[in-house]
Design a protein around this ligand. Structure first.
Ligand SMILES: Nc1ncnc2c1ncn2[C@@H]1O[C@H](COP(=O)(O)OP(=O)(O)OP(=O)(O)O)[C@@H](O)[C@H]1O
Length: 356
């Protein structure tokens, strides 16, 4: 338990153990009953890691069911394949089989690695069903096109900010080993307007911390009378009953993403994240969250809920598709083999229009 005498720091100290407690396979077994059904595939082979790490967006042999690539390739001349640059071939028949099994079990899957989803690559398939995968090829395509996924396969990113670790110093510890994992979650048409992110320090949400709308868009219902009080009531009741006291190894410092039911009275866990700068504080700054924590130590107040409460709110991004910076990666151009640049640019423009 935290000391009542010492003033809490802005962030809890970051250790490799603390970080690894937030990889999916660490927290999911404990919370599976209140989260989305998911399959964990681990360890993944070194070869799969090399595939993810290799340049360009291409599919392993035998991944088949290749909707996007085959659409792009419809007009290719038969001899064009011969002009492709030499590239290492990969094949993962066992992994393909596990992905197909999960697709049959869940209807469609949402892919992640240990910590991150490839949400920056969601634009590659229809915006109406982000990251919905129906085949191994869909899963590989998203993972391969994502910059966010690189975080999970690079130790220096995973353990960034951990005390006493540096790959460069001669007398410091090397990065700890961890196993790469592929997570296949049952895909749902998630309504992003009902997602919130809850910040917990020292196992206190009630009266001492913040809750933020997750999607940076304006939604009318958030400013309707009674909505915010109802949401705070729902999340506090859930937290007290289902989460509180179960992160004692992490000193009760964590962030959780919560998806509210349509009537806003209940919900379930989408994800847990470390209470660390790498976790986006959304409509707060960490300094503001710290203020709330200090204030909550002396008074009993409600947690503060922040929402995008008007169209003029500075973070309301109504006209820009999320992650548009990642929408014209050079890798994407490699997918266009067989098309000229103009043709591919038109296709990309169409995707951007759809995303908007
Ligand atoms: N099973 C699912 N089916 C459909 N959409 C989902 C599913 N799980 C998550 N999503 C959507 O994808 C978004 C990103 O998911 P998630 O939080 O798991 O990714 P992440 O990479 O860990 O994000 P962050 O870095 O913000 O923590 C969620 O906000 C939600 O809208």
């Amino acid at each position: 338990m935290p000391s009542a005498v010492n003033k809490p720091a802005l962030f809890p100290s970051l250790s490799p153990e603390y970080v690894l407690a937030f990889q999916f396979s660490s927290w999911y077994p404990k919370f599976s009953g209140i989260s989305i059904k998911s399959t964990v595939i681990r360890p993944l082979s070194q070869e799969f890691q090399e595939y993810l790490d290799s340049d360009g967006v291409f599919l392993p042999d035998g991944a088949e069911d290749v909707p996007v690539v085959s659409e792009l390739s419809d007009n290719e001349d038969s001899d064009e394949e011969e002009s492709e640059p030499d590239r290492r071939h990969f094949a993962f028949p066992e992994l393909d089989a596990k992905i197909r099994e999960a697709v049959v079990q869940y209807g469609a899957v949402f892919p992640k690695l240990n910590f991150s989803s490839p949400r920056d690559a969601a634009w590659m398939l229809p915006a109406s069903s982000p990251l919905k995968c129906m085949s191994p090829a869909d899963v590989y395509l998203f993972l391969k096109s994502s910059d966010f996924i690189q975080h999970d396969i690079t130790s220096s990113h995973v353990f960034e900010g951990c005390e006493g670790l540096s790959p460069l110093g001669e007398n410091t510890s090397p990065f700890p080993q961890y196993e790469l994992e592929l997570i296949l979650r049952k895909w749902y048409p998630v309504d992003r307007s009902r997602e919130i992110r809850c910040f917990v320090r020292q196992e206190r949400l009630l009266g001492a911390n913040g809750v933020s709308q997750r999607d940076p868009n304006y939604y009318d219902f958030w400013i309707e009378p009674g909505t915010q009080a109802k949401v705070l009531e729902a999340v506090q009741t859930f937290w007290k009953a289902k989460i509180k006291g179960r992160w004692e190894d992490s000193n009760g410092d964590y962030v959780f993403d919560f998806l509210l039911t349509r009537d806003l009275s209940r919900g379930h866990i989408l994800d847990f994240n470390p209470y660390a700068p790498r976790t986006d504080p959304l409509l707060f700054t960490y300094e503001e969250l710290h203020e709330l924590l200090l204030r909550g130590e002396s008074t009993t107040t409600e947690p503060e809920l922040r929402v995008v409460d008007s169209l003029d709110h500075p973070v309301a991004t109504r006209n820009a598709p999320a992650h548009q910076h990642n929408m014209v990666p050079l890798e994407a151009l490699t997918m266009s083999s067989g098309r000229d640049v103009q043709e591919f640019a038109n296709l990309l423009q169409e995707e951007i229009q759809n995303a908007m």
